[in-house]
Design a protein around this ligand. Structure first.
Ligand SMILES: [Zn+2]
Length: 52
């Protein structure tokens, strides 16, 4: 099982990993760098979808 997040802000960012923590860290970094958004761990975790 893997975890994935696709950015919802009209860009092509997508992260997929078996490590949920890694996905969350990448999402937070992307949000900060590209969208100037400061996501909390909970907000980032809410965006995670499970993929097989
Ligand atoms: Zn984005």
């Amino acid at each position: 099982m893997a975890y994935q997040v696709q950015c919802s802000q009209n860009d092509d960012f997508m992260i997929k990993s078996e490590d949920e923590h890694e996905v969350i860290e990448h999402v937070k970094e992307h949000a900060q760098e590209k969208h100037d958004m400061d996501l909390s761990d909970d907000e980032a975790r809410d965006m995670v979808q499970q993929a097989s």
